[in-house]
Structures are given as C-alpha cells and as structure tokens.
Ligand binder design. Structure first.
Ligand code: SF4
Length: 217
C-alpha cells in the first residue's frame, strides 16, 4: 500500500510511464493512456524483450552495490506512481535509479524526465537525496548519467501537471506530424499525415470564401 488514494482522486494519479510518452509526443500519451491504444513496432518489441529481463522483482549485489529490480515507486506529493527498472544503493544509502532502453546512447529529454520522476519518488519514499541516476542503452551497451538538476526537476513537475490535466480532460491533441512520427509505434492508428491534411484543409475553409470579394459589401 502506498497511500496515494488517500490524498489523490484516482483520476488524478499520473503513471510515471505517461510522462515519457507525453514528453515525446502529447498525442502518443493520449492515445496510450486515454484511448488505451497500443501497437508494437521493432522498437517496442525490443524494449519489451529487454524489460522482461528486469521486470521481475529481485534483490542482488551488482558491482558491489545492493540492487533492487522492478521496484515500485510513488510520490504522494506529486501524485505519481510507477516502477523503476533497477535501483542501486550506495553504501551510505543513496539510491541510484537506472532505466533500461533498447536503443543506442543518445540524449533524450523524455527519458530524463521519466528517470527524474523516479528519483523524486525515491527521495520522498526513502527520505534521502537522489542526485543522479542513469539510462542504460542496450543496443550500444552504454550508460548515460543524468544529474537531477533544479531545471530538470522543474520541467518534470511541469510535465506531471500537464499530463494530469490532459488525462482528466480526456482530450487527444492533434498530431505533431514531424520527425518523431516515423519511429512511433502508433503511426498506423494516429495517421499524422492524413489528420494534419484534413485539419489544414478545414482551417483554410471559410464560409466567407463563398462570397466573391467583388460581391462583398
Ligand atoms: S505518429 Fe507522430 S503524432 Fe502520432 S502519436 Fe506518434 S509521434 Fe505523435
């Protein structure tokens, strides 16, 4: 029991995974968390297979540090809930969250926001500062360390508010229709090209255009 329900309406509790989806594309977040749409592509399949290896709660010693995998995480202050792939504990008790991603090492702010939310949850649960963590990129077998700076913490809290607002309203934003789309598993159901074309043609339609300018006035 994490006690979140005593402080938050069920509809206001934000899944930590939704933060990453929203920071990547708000429409992707809405399709997954409001419309319950889920499609696989090569990236999600690779990610799922990787997560199956860390989805089993387990305590071990790694590189001389105590580690917990699939650790439940929440924050009553922020109204968020989720699970950390792995949390290492330094001898002084400092937690160090590690998130596994299937791709290659690359700076991705949506990954950092997800990890930062986990860190803020750990801080509240354990009453211990969590200054940094890392993303492990399976394809390149490399880690990228993330420092939980005041700016990243502020951005993460802002994203939590925006996701909560969107989920409670139940609104699905329009497609971004940009370089994010070709790698998105939801491109088939989202149809960013078609929706954007329809929206543009609707926006350029005006009943006043039916009146020839020479007839106007
Ligand atoms: S296809 Fe593009 S617009 Fe649609 S959900 Fe994915 S990233 Fe967002």
């Amino acid at each position: 029991m994490n006690g979140l329900e005593a402080f938050w309406d069920e509809t206001a509790i934000v899944p930590i995974s939704a933060l990453e989806h929203y920071a990547y594309c708000p429409r992707q977040c809405a399709l997954i968390h409001i419309e319950q749409t889920y499609e696989e592509n090569e990236y999600t399949l690779r990610g799922r297979s990787l997560h199956e290896q860390v989805d089993i709660p387990r305590t071990a010693v790694e590189e001389g540090l105590l580690s917990h995998s699939a650790l439940p995480i929440w924050s009553i202050r922020l109204g968020i809930i989720g699970r950390a792939d792995l949390v290492l504990f330094y001898p002084d008790g400092t937690p160090y969250p590690v998130e596994y991603k299937s791709g290659r090492r690359k700076v991705k702010y949506h990954d950092d926001i997800q990890l930062c939310a986990q860190a803020m949850g750990l801080e509240e649960m354990l009453n211990h500062p969590v200054p940094k963590g890392s993303i492990y990129y399976h394809a390149s077998r490399r880690r990228r360390e993330v420092v939980f700076s005041p700016d990243l913490r502020r951005l993460t809290e802002q994203v939590i508010l925006e996701v909560r607002d969107m989920l409670q309203r139940g609104t699905v934003p329009p497609p971004v229709n940009d370089a994010r789309c070709p790698n998105c598993s939801l491109i088939g159901v989202c149809m960013p090209d078609l929706i954007s074309t329809l929206q543009n043609s609707t926006a350029s339609y005006s009943p006043f255009r039916l009146v020839d300018s020479e007839d106007a006035g």
